[in-house]
Design a protein around this ligand. Sequence first.
Ligand code: 5GP
Length: 126
Amino acid sequence: MAYAYDDKNIFAKILRGEIPNTTVLETEHSLAFRDINAQAPDHVLVIPKGPYVCFDHFAAEASDAEIADYTRAIGQVVAALKVGPGDGGDGYRLLSNAGKDGVQEVPHLHVHIVAGRPLGRMLQPL
Ligand code: 5GP
């Protein structure tokens, strides 16, 4: 696996405080903020603070502490939004795009949490 992280990407700039964001949650290793082009009433991006391009990069190279923090942060955002089915919410979708076919726009790992309306099927049929 060979990933080269480009620290000029927009989320790196957000992490350095060079671009404003609407923060939902900040933890030691993670930051969650609202997507600037929301696709649903709730659309939150959760990113690790470390320099990881996409999920498999993170899974291979992040520390156990970073992985635990990131996973918990995602759960905490879902809880804060009150959309988890276990909390009586109507549900949500978690997705993370990678690379060309995944149509990843920003090369810093991010998970989208999308909720607040019926989201339809995950993919369009071929
Ligand atoms: P991707 O296609 O890489 O999975 O999604 C990137 C997401 O980042 C898009 O949903 C886009 O709206 C969001 N985005 C791009 N630039 C900014 C920005 O400057 N601020 C915020 N909050 N979101 C952004």
